[in-house]
Design a protein around this ligand. Structure first.
Ligand SMILES: [Zn+2]
Ligand SMILES: [Zn+2]
Length: 621
């Protein structure tokens, strides 16, 4: 029998709630009748959190309803907040149980929620403001799933205390009875979190629970979660660089952060040798309740949105622009530079493919969608190298101290590619036909003349402004005729009207520029690593005082230094990458702690550095 009168599923509505509204709408009296009609069983329980028999239920809906077991699990149950904190196999097993099993109790056991000590809610809850709003928007109030998660005491949207209904989900008489919110709603129901005024922790928990429920977070497994937590503890100085947790300090600070009574209230006090907190950062053997993961994240100063980076892509399979250039020879290497992604489909598999092209001429493609923030820096295929990359290759080729492997490493490709490109570049004069040359010559002339007119029409404009005015011509020339372009553009900043005649600052600038240009790379490859700063460069070229006092008169040198100067964070990032590369080439352990130790980082580095450490440690070889 197909049910074509089923109510529409509302946003953030519990599956239980939809059924309860159906029950009222059709005037069912005996609860067994409705479970028989919907699930083909007169003994099915009315489970609010993890319903089962979903496949049978969906079969009874009209085919075009677009409701599947997966869509219900994702949109109308509490499972999405449990899933990312389970082992992969366990999560899969539970999904299967929810779709096919007849016995809901097995799901609770498999989740380990009973054993965790965190109690489920006693009775269903609602927010009085949501009730008013839903009545206006949907015609009736319904049970929101975000309100039913243990530890949530306020509405994530309205920030008011939730009301606890009289519908006790644990009682025997309600076991099979789906109860609609509209049937019993009473504004005088007891307020949760009313004794003490609303705390920031309450609001934070409510918001994060709601956010996670709306995502499809990746399942990393218990080991990876633990590593990420320990990396945060190392950063905070609560674990040694080797990852040994300073247990007593950690516990003490954790309890101080939330207060003993709050932790008790949410069934999560920290007592005894093997309490949940310590278990979570040691080798975890079993899953821990998601509420406790949230508490730990809050303590570590992070939040799920950051902990699970860039997961909510939705219809943006490659995240938001600008995207990084992945050409190591480009000034924008790994920096946000590319404004657009062109999305195509893979011919055979139909997978979504992003095509990215930088101003430097480098273009790459990546098969998506991205699942982590780090996917941004991966490429499936290089489409073109571009002139900047080729020039850098030619430059490296002239340097006898740089071998083939080194070239390949500097340019981010394998040695074969280097050989291929060198052959092509060096032999290009003969290979290229006269016709192509003529054609290209004509096009160059065309672009040049258009750019020249743009400059002539705008005599006051700076280089950047010209670039904005004649964007297409600029980009084409930048790729194909860069030297001419740079020689003919107006200066990038208005020239300073210096009247200092005694010293030839231009000549001095040129001189310092070329010396600094040699000094910077040698700083970058020195062992142990040294941070690139104005002072350090000044020392190396014996012109520290000059750089400190007169940098304004040395525009070329100034620009060079500013472009290469490292913030403390940049410097730490470089050390971390260097350390990971060394560990990896030597075949040593490159877990986060090993990288931290090798790089000689002290606690107190930023989250960005931490993320890079994690990326390096967890990247596939
Ligand atoms: Zn509300
Ligand atoms: Zn680039």
């Amino acid at each position: 029998m197909a049910i074509d009168t089923f109510p529409e599923f509302q946003r953030d509505e519990l599956f239980y709630s939809v059924i309860s509204r159906h029950k009222v709408r059709l005037g069912y009296q005996d609860p067994k009748d409705i479970t028989e009609d919907l699930f083909g069983s007169r003994t099915a329980a009315a489970t609010y959190d993890f319903p089962c028999r979903l496949r049978r239920f969906c079969k009874r809906l009209p085919k075009d309803a677009g409701i599947t077991p997966s869509s219900i699990i994702k949109d109308n149950t509490l499972f999405p907040i449990y899933e990312p904190f389970l082992a992969k196999a366990r999560a899969k097993d539970i999904r299967k149980k929810m779709a096919c099993s007849d016995f809901g109790g097995a799901i609770h056991n498999a989740l380990g929620v009973m054993a965790s000590g965190v109690r489920g809610v006693n009775a269903l809850r609602c927010c009085p403001e949501c009730v008013d709003e839903d009545r206006v928007e949907c015609g009736e109030a319904y049970w929101h799933r975000s309100h039913q998660f243990p530890g949530v005491a306020v509405c994530h949207k309205h920030k008011v205390p939730l009301l606890e209904s009289h519908i006790r989900v644990t009682s025997r008489q309600n076991k099979m009875n789906f109860q609609a919110l509209e049937k019993g709603y009473d504004r005088e129901w007891r307020e949760l979190a009313s004794g003490n005024s609303l705390s920031l922790t309450d609001v934070w928990i409510a918001e994060k629970v709601h956010w996670i429920l709306g995502q499809e977070l990746p399942i990393w497994g218990l080991g990876v979660l633990r590593k990420k937590y320990v990396a945060h503890l190392i950063r905070l100085g609560l674990a040694s660089p080797l990852g040994r947790v300073r247990q007593r300090e950690f516990e003490k600070e954790f309890v101080a952060a939330f207060g003993k009574s709050y932790l008790k209230e949410v069934w999560s006090d920290v007592e005894g040798e093997c309490n949940w907190l310590i278990a979570l950062v040691r080798k975890p053997r079993k899953a821990t309740h998601p509420l406790r993961h949230l508490l730990l994240m809050k303590f570590l100063g992070t939040e799920p949105e950051e902990f699970f980076p860039d997961c909510g892509f939705g219809n943006q399979p490659f995240g938001m622009p600008p995207f990084p250039c992945l050409n190591p020879a480009c000034r924008s290497y790994r920096k946000p530079a590319i404004e657009e992604v062109k999305i195509t489909r893979h011919t055979n598999s139909g997978a979504v493919v992003g095509n990215f092209e930088c101003e430097c001429g480098f273009a790459y493609a990546r098969t998506g969608p991205d699942t982590t923030a780090e996917d941004r820096f991966k490429r499936t295929r290089i489409i073109s190298m571009g002139s900047v990359w080729e020039k850098e290759l030619q430059r490296l080729d002239k340097d006898p101290s740089v071998g083939l492997r080194m070239k390949a490493r500097f340019l981010g490709v394998d040695p074969n590619t280097i050989v291929k490109y060198l052959a092509r570049l060096n032999g290009s004069g003969e290979i290229r036909s006269q016709k192509n040359d003529d054609e290209k010559g004509e096009r160059i002339a065309e672009y040049r003349s258009r750019l020249v007119s743009a400059i002539e029409e705008n005599p006051e404009k700076s280089r950047t402004e010209i670039r904005g005015i004649a964007k297409a011509d600029y980009i084409w020339l930048y790729r194909h005729d860069r030297e001419w372009l740079m020689d003919n553009l107006p200066p990038s900043m208005p020239r300073s009207k210096s009247s200092d005649n005694r010293v030839d600052w231009v000549k001095r600038d040129d001189d310092l520029f070329s010396r600094a240009k040699e000094a910077i790379p040698s700083l970058l490859i020195s062992t142990p690593p040294q941070r690139v700063t104005k002072g350090r460069v000044g020392q190396m070229i014996n012109s520290l005082a000059l750089l400190e006092k007169h940098l304004e008169k040395l525009p070329k040198t100034k620009q060079l230094i500013e472009r290469n100067e490292e913030t403390l964070e940049d410097y730490q990032l470089r050390r971390v990458r260097l350390a990971a590369r060394e560990l990896r080439t030597r075949g040593e352990n490159f877990a986060p702690w090993a990288i931290v130790r090798k790089a000689g980082l002290r606690p107190g580095y930023s989250k960005k550095v931490l993320r890079e450490i994690e990326r390096l440690a967890f990247a596939e070889v």
